[in-house]
Design a protein around this ligand. Structure first.
Ligand code: PEP
Length: 228
């Protein structure tokens, strides 16, 4: 079943999270999850939707100001976490090593994980896409609760989308390294979702901007349901 994850980034406090969750009805045939900011997780969990956090620390507890652990998320009823999003790598010093630590701890604790990989624009221009993906995927190991999200850095929040061929090629390459479902992320919208989700090897989508609106996220989920 395709996985559709709504990554709200630093949008939607309690009120907007409650409004979205009350209005959203997941179409049949998709595994739809919402990923609100930490402060809004409990509201989303209470709504009955599947809820993932946007990050998770590797220790169960400790002196790690600003971080949240897997046991804390599980206690809240959170089902999974995004790890290694390109914004975490770009703005908050996330590295392949910290991604590995977070992913391993989250899976061991019983969370599902969406681990993000993807090249930056200059890396693609220099012909380094495969090298970057190989390095990022090398810290991951196959696990039933793990999916990878391929998010070309140049397509995130920019309105630029990978062509269906670029997505197909990158997904095939990732799957040649690790036998795992691979989501596509990068300016997915209702207008391009059907074509992207129809590509072989595209097992769902990680959606940022277009997931903030109930109707547009629902339309993307419907496009995925049409391409099981
Ligand atoms: C994301 O946040 O994972 C993402 C893909 O963002 P956007 O859809 O806005 O490009």
């Amino acid at each position: 079943m395709p996985l559709l994850a709504a990554n709200w980034k630093m949008y939607k406090g309690l009120r907007e999270t409650g409004e979205f969750c009350a209005a959203f009805r997941s179409p049949a045939g998709v595994d739809a999850v919402v990923c609100p900011p930490f402060v809004s997780l409990s509201t989303a969990v209470g709504s009955g939707h599947t809820v993932f956090a946007q990050n998770v620390h590797w220790a169960d507890e400790g002196a790690f100001t600003g971080e949240v652990s897997a046991p804390m998320l599980l206690e809240l009823g959170v089902a999974g976490a995004i790890v290694g999003h390109s914004e975490r790598r770009r703005y908050f010093g996330e590295t392949d090593d910290t991604v590995r630590l977070r992913v391993e701890a989250a899976l061991a604790a019983g969370l599902r994980v969406i681990a993000c990989v993807g090249e930056l624009e200059d890396e693609r221009e220099r012909g380094e896409t495969e090298e970057v993906l190989r390095r990022q995927v090398s810290v991951l190991s196959r696990h039933d609760a793990l999916v990878v999200a391929y998010e070309p850095g140049w397509a995130i929040g920019t309105g630029k989308t990978a062509t269906p061929e670029q997505a197909r090629e990158a997904h095939a390459f990732i799957k040649s390294l690790l036998d795992t479902p691979v989501l596509y992320g990068g300016s997915v919208k209702p207008e391009n979702a059907e074509e992207l989700l129809a590509q072989p090897g595209v097992d769902g989508a990680l959606v940022g901007g277009a997931s903030l609106d109930v109707e547009s996220f629902t339309a993307i989920c419907r496009a995925a349901a049409a391409n099981p």
